[in-house]
Design a protein around this ligand. Structure first.
Ligand code: NAG
Ligand code: NAG
Ligand code: NAG
Length: 424
C-alpha cells in the first residue's frame, strides 16, 4: 500500500457507525446509538490528541472490545466502563440486540463485503471464575481460546495470525515484539474488514494532482479524484456558527455510505466538527439531505495509523483498569491481581476511484501485576530477632543505624550513601 503524504488531520474515522434507520426495533436502535456514541467519544479523544497527524479510527472496534472487557471486570473498574459506555452488556436484551445489529450489518443482502470478529485469548492455566466461559459464550457467541502466553513467540504468532485472517491479510503485525510476555494473561481482540465499491465510481481520467490545504496553513500536492453527480447533500452549522458541508457517497450495496464533512472555511479546524459529533448528529445529517448536483473533489489516499488507547480511555473516566493496584478483574479470575497493560488499535484504509478497502484491529492486553509490591528498606529501620517457639525477643529490639539486610530474600541496596556502614 503506497502511503499518502501527510494530510495533517484528515481525521477520517473509519466510522462504521450504525445508522439508526437500519434497526428494526427499539432495543436495537438504542444499542446502535449507544455503541456508536461510545466509539465516537473515544474517536474524539484520539482526534484531539493526534492534532496535526493523519488519523483513521474505528469506533466500532473499540466499542466491541470494551463490551467484552465489561464481562471480565468487577467493582469500580466495571462501573467506570459501564458509565462511559452507558450500558451494561449483561443487561437483559443488550447482547442479543448487538448481535442482531452485527447480523444486519454482515447480512448477505449487504453486497459490500464487511466482516468483523471478536476473540478472547486466555492464559491456559489461569484459574477462571466458575461459569465465566459459558456466560461469555452466551453473550458473545465466541468460545474462549486458551493459549500459553509463556511461550511468547508462539502466542504472539497465534494472535497476529488470527487478526491477519480476519482482516484478509491487511493487518499482519498487530502485536509487535514485546507485546506478549511472561505476565500476559488475557487478550481481547476485535478485527474488522471492509471492502466497498462506490455505487458510482470516480472516472480514473478525472484524477489529477491538486493542492490540499493542511491544518497548519501549508499546502501539499496530492492526487484528487473528481466526480460530478447528484449527491445527497446538506449544509449545517456548528453551535459556534461555522458552516460545514456534508455529502453522502454510497457504496454499491446501498446499505452503507461514506459521509464526508468539512468546514466551509479553510481556517476553521476540523475539531469544530469532531468535537460535536455523535450518532444523533449523523442521523440529522442524513435526515436533512437533499439530492443536489455537485462536483466532488476528493483525495485518493491510503492511511495507516496506530493508536494507543490508554489516554483516550482514561480521559473518559476508565482509569482503574490501568492501575495495577486498583484494577478489578474478579469476574474473570481471582487467582492473581490483573490490570490492563496495553490498549491499542491499528487501522489501514485505502480510498480510490473504485471504492474503499479498510481494516482495523483493536486489542486489550491484560497482565498480571509486574512483580510483587516492593518493600525497600532504604531508610533507618527497626529489626527484632524473635525466637518463635517462645515468642521472646532474642536480643531485644533495636533500631539499625545503618541499612542492614534483615533477611537474605529482601533485595536491599546497601551502603551506597552510608559509607560508614560495613557492607553485610
Ligand atoms: C439519498 O438518500 C436517499 C434516502 O436515504 C437514498 O434512498 C438514496 O439512495 C441516496 N442517494 C444517494 C445518491 O446518495
Ligand atoms: C433538519 O431537519 C429537521 C426536521 O426535518 C429540522 O427540524 C432541523 O432544523 C434540520 N436541521 C438543520 C440543521 O437544518
Ligand atoms: C483501488 O484499490 C483496490 C485495493 O487496493 C484495488 O484492488 C483497485 O484496483 C484500486 N482501484 C483503482 C482504480 O486504482
Amino acid at each position: 500500500m503506497r502511503m499518502s503524504p501527510v494530510f495533517a488531520c484528515l481525521a477520517l474515522g473509519l466510522a462504521l457507525v450504525f445508522g439508526e434507520g437500519s434497526a428494526s426495533y427499539h432495543r436495537q436502535t438504542q444499542a446502535a446509538r449507544l455503541t456508536t456514541d461510545f466509539g465516537v467519544k473515544v474517536f474524539q479523544q484520539v482526534a484531539w490528541a493526534s492534532k496535526d497527524r493523519n488519523m483513521v479510527f474505528s469506533p466500532y472496534g473499540v466499542a466491541s472490545v470494551l463490551a467484552m472487557l465489561q464481562l471480565t471486570t468487577g467493582g469500580e473498574t466495571r462501573q467506570q466502563i459501564q458509565a462511559a459506555m452507558q450500558f451494561q452488556i449483561d443487561e437483559k436484551g443488550m447482547a442479543p440486540a448487538l448481535r442482531q445489529l452485527y447480523k444486519e450489518l454482515m447480512g448477505p443482502w449487504n453486497k459490500d463485503e464487511i466482516s468483523t470478529a471478536d476473540a478472547i485469548f486466555v492464559q491456559r492455566d489461569l484459574k477462571l471464575v466458575k461459569g465465566f466461559m459459558p456466560h461469555f459464550f452466551r453473550l458473545f457467541r465466541t468460545t474462549v481460546k486458551q493459549v500459553d502466553f509463556s511461550e511468547v513467540d508462539r502466542a504472539r504468532f497465534i494472535v497476529n495470525d488470527w487478526v491477519k485472517t480476519h482482516t484478509k491479510g491487511m493487518i499482519g503485525d498487530l502485536l509487535g515484539e514485546g507485546a506478549v510476555n511472561q505476565l500476559t494473561r488475557l487478550m481481547l481482540v476485535n478485527a474488522l474488514y471492509f471492502n466497498g465499491q462506490w455505487k458510482t465510481p470516480f472516472p480514473e481520467s478525472g484524477t489529477h494532482h491538486r493542492l490540499f490545504h493542511k491544518s497548519d496553513g501549508s499546502t501539499v500536492s496530492v492526487p484528487m479524484m473528481a466526480q460530478t453527480n447528484k449527491f445527497n447533500y446538506t449544509e449545517f452549522s456548528t453551535p459556534d456558527g461555522h458552516y460545514y458541508d456534508i455529502l453522502e457517497l454510497p457504496y454499491h450495496g446501498d446499505t452503507l455510505s461514506m459521509f464526508i464533512a468539512a468546514p466551509y472555511e479553510k481556517e476553521v479546524p476540523l475539531s469544530a466538527l469532531t468535537n460535536i459529533l455523535d450518532a444523533q448528529l449523523i442521523s440529522q445529517w442524513k435526515g436533512n439531505m437533499t439530492r443536489q448536483l455537485r462536483l466532488l473533489v476528493l483525495p485518493k489516499f491510503s492511511l495507516e495509523s496506530e493508536v494507543n488507547l490508554r489516554r483516550p480511555l482514561e480521559n473518559l473516566g476508565m482509569t482503574d483498569m490501568f492501575k495495577p493496584n486498583q484494577a478489578d478483574f474478579s469476574s474473570l479470575s481471582d487467582e492473581e491481581a490483573l490490570y490492563v497493560s496495553q490498549a491499542l488499535q491499528k487501522v489501514k484504509i485505502e480510498v480510490n476511484e473504485s471504492g474503499t478497502v479498510a481494516s482495523s484491529s483493536t486489542a486489550i492486553i491484560v497482565s498480571a501485576r509486574m512483580a510483587p509490591e516492593e518493600i525497600i528498606m532504604d531508610r533507618p529501620f527497626l529489626f527484632v530477632v524473635r525466637h518463635n517457639p517462645t515468642g521472646e525477643p532474642g536480643r531485644g529490639g533495636s533500631t539499625a543505624p545503618c541499612p542492614r539486610v534483615s533477611s537474605p530474600q529482601t533485595p536491599v541496596q546497601t551502603g551506597v550513601d552510608a559509607p560508614s556502614c560495613p557492607s553485610p
